[in-house]
Design a protein around this ligand. Structure first.
Ligand SMILES: [Zn+2]
Length: 272
């Protein structure tokens, strides 16, 4: 079986206050009751669902409401063997709620084509929501250790009232992850090729299992036929033996006792 294509997804921020005051936590942008950490985790799950359908192995840097250091997040990405990495956030601009739009950040030039592909997918998917495409922006201080195509996605502003209300809608969240997903597919044809290879290998394995099951059923039928053959053959042999025995018994009756006596008498008479 071909090994799956691996993609790492980071749900930005995370963690809640506990009784332990030394325990760090980071909700991200908070506007009213809406917290960035919850939106990013939900987006990560939705994106994972799309990628799994494409037979991609998805690794999340967090899958619960937990605080994870940036260095630890990168360790998890690196350990996963991921071939591309997307970090999910939502944007904020303090003091000016009119600021809006979608942007994709990338750490260094070798991630630029990947960031552009993600941005193009996002722009297309969010077009029907009239989200302005702010394009790609270099952000070298983010994911400094990155050695695979890496992008940080900021699909909308939580501080913009219109985009905030969109961010609370399922169809908008689905559109965000669909845009990122399409961007990933466009960035590396290997995702699609690996899916086809896995599908072919699975079909071949299924055909093999079917052939084995059919030949096992055949063998079972043959064994049953052999058993019945032996039983019927045994009955026939028994029948022939019994019939022969019966016929022999009928053909060679014991001579009546008086004749034997006569015979003996005559024989003894002759000798004497
Ligand atoms: Zn953030």
């Amino acid at each position: 079986m071909p090994s799956p294509y691996v993609i790492a997804i980071d749900a930005g921020h995370g963690g809640s206050p506990t009784s332990d005051p030394t325990q760090l936590w980071d909700p991200g942008v908070v506007v009213g009751a809406v917290m960035e950490k919850e939106i990013t985790l939900d987006l990560a799950f939705r994106l994972r669902t799309l990628l799994r359908r494409e037979r991609v192995k998805v690794v999340l840097t967090r899958s619960t409401d937990e605080y994870v250091e940036i260095s630890e997040r990168w360790n998890r990405v690196h350990a996963s063997g991921a071939r591309m990495f997307v970090s999910l956030h939502v944007n904020a601009y303090d003091g000016d709620p009119s600021i809006n739009g979608a942007a994709v950040l990338y750490p260094k030039p070798d991630s630029l084509p990947f960031a552009q592909a993600i941005d193009a997918g996002l722009a297309q998917a969010l077009n029907r929501f009239q989200i302005q495409d702010d394009g790609v922006v270099t952000k070298p201080e983010l994911w400094v250790h990155s050695d695979i195509p890496t992008a940080t996605v900021e699909p909308a502003y939580l501080t913009n009232p219109r985009e905030r209300s969109l961010l609370l809608q399922n169809d908008f969240r689905d559109a965000i992850v669909m845009g990122i997903f399409q961007g990933m597919l466009a960035a590396d044809p290997q995702i699609e090729q690996t899916r086809i290879q896995i599908a072919h290998a699975e079909a071949a394995a299924a055909a093999q299992r079917q052939a084995e099951a059919a030949s096992a059923a055949d063998a079972a039928r043959t064994a049953t036929a052999t058993r019945w053959g032996l039983i019927i053959g045994g009955i026939m042999v028994l029948w022939v033996v019994m019939r022969t025995a019966i016929r022999r018994a009928v053909r060679t009756p014991q001579p009546p006792p008086y004749r034997r006596r006569t015979y003996r008498r005559r024989r003894s008479n002759g000798k004497l």
